[in-house]
Design a protein around this ligand. Sequence first.
Ligand code: SF4
Length: 599
Amino acid sequence: MSTALFTEPEGGHSLIQISSKDELIRQKVADERRRLEREAGIEGQSARQFHKPIERPFTKWQRDDTTLLFGGLTWKHEKLIHGALESLGYKCQAMPVPDKRAFQLGKEYGNNGQCNPTHFTVGNLVQFVQRLEESGLSKQEIIDQYVFFTAGACGPCRFGMYEAEYRLALRNAGFDGFRVLLFQQSGGLNQAEAEAGLEMNLDFFLNILNAMNIGDIINDVAYQIRAFEVNPGETDRVLDDGMNLLHDVMRRKRPWTLEGKLASLLRKTNFAGTAEYLGKFLNQLYGDDYTAALHEVRDRFNAIPIDRTRVKPIVKITGEFWAQTTEGDGNFNMFKFLEREGAQVLVEPIGTWIMYMIHQAKQQIRDQRGLDLIQRNVPRWNLKEVFSSHLNTRQRLAKLTVAEVIFKREYHRLIDALGGIAHHLTDQYELQRLGHPFYNSRAGGGEGHLEVAKNIYYSNKDLAHMVLSLKPFGCMPSTQSDGAQSAVVSNYKDMIFIPVETSGEGDVNAHSRVQMALGEAKVRAKNEMKRVLEETGANLDDVRAFVQEHPEMQRPMYKYGHRTGVVGVAANFVVHAAERMKSERRATVSLQPSVVSYH
Ligand code: SF4
């Protein structure tokens, strides 16, 4: 026991007896708590535990008369998710893309202090149910016949509050009792509850993941082709057709189940469940329902003539998950604006986010290795316990590694089926390596270190002329990474990086800021083309004439490679065309009959 001089919060000192450093800390914390409670006028009051309101369940028996509402991604992802849910027997409907009116409603009925995507998405749901009411349904009919399902998380950013926000805004708008269903982002592949209306089991997650992956890939390909299409609007027409076809395929695909004699045999044993699980996985890994449909869509895309010799700056989109994904007022319709301004947009796939979550889960397991032993006071020489804790960590890591490998494999298999031109998933370990010196990769919430890491990755690996980060107003993690980005930009002097705060207003201001940065990116793309033409000795008119003579080079699925130090599509294509022109010329010369003279 010893004594220490303790400084009172209001000033002045007192001598206190302490048994250890820990005790001193505990006392300081208790005193500080008392001071804060005094300040807030709640001293001596006991806290009441918050309990989540008990919600009317959505049961299996209500499925046929209840419509599942969902939204928040691009219309391509949503159309495929729609098909995926229909194939599982659900009645469903994708919500419209949130607009400014939705944003205003979100502010009106929800909590004003939330981040901007909350206002848009929450207001969108309120707007949707209000429109249903305007169309003649009563409030009770809407509450009985519709449920909303969305992703949930426990924070630490405001994402953890979305569920509560939906309920609050619906209640304030007069739709108290409207059901909001959540699937946890980190909840694994089985979140099914018996008799639940929405069964979140393996079939559900496989269907949703396939829909999201195909959505990512087709989205990427469409943005790549649209920028160079010869006939304006053709890409969108083909995309519409392709999406209808894929939606149909997703809707018709039935989940794999054990059937026939083997099924009845296995059902008599304890292995039926495992065999069914295994069968579903194998069907996922080797089935060709999706790849065959993607081949068909690939051929349709490949019939669109494109002109790759147009010089366009590549703009990589990063930022907060929703702001970088939505294609509407939520990010000032930024993608359309960029395309109108002559840029090629490089969109961010949802797949990166899924890989990030797996990566972070692995990181956490590694960081917590052995903590259970300390917690249980297990001595080091208790080899049995130490070994079993070690084995447990290894097993959990191995499971996530398998998930990583399978997810990547499936994603890239779909890319190949759609012609192989979509971008592969970015390596999470490389992103961590690049981002960690500027933004601690253990700091979770929002996009974590990804915003910083992607900026460095795309700028340094010759993948984009400019990086545009879409950061919602009021977003906590994005505000943090803003601070780190200034250190990044001063370290990598050459990068063109522009962060834009998205909100329900201020489109003109945001567009003109982007326009200014884009001007710089355009100059860079033009200079790059000039350099490439000088280095290869090619002439742009000759390249164009050569491409005219080689129709395969006007096709979107034509492969031409990516050169180190060359970013733009046009510049890379010219390097390739120049090489091909040279080699064809050489071949023509060697085929000329040699002139032999006889004297
Ligand atoms: S990442 Fe930012 S914008 Fe997105 S939910 Fe969290 S706080 Fe809101």
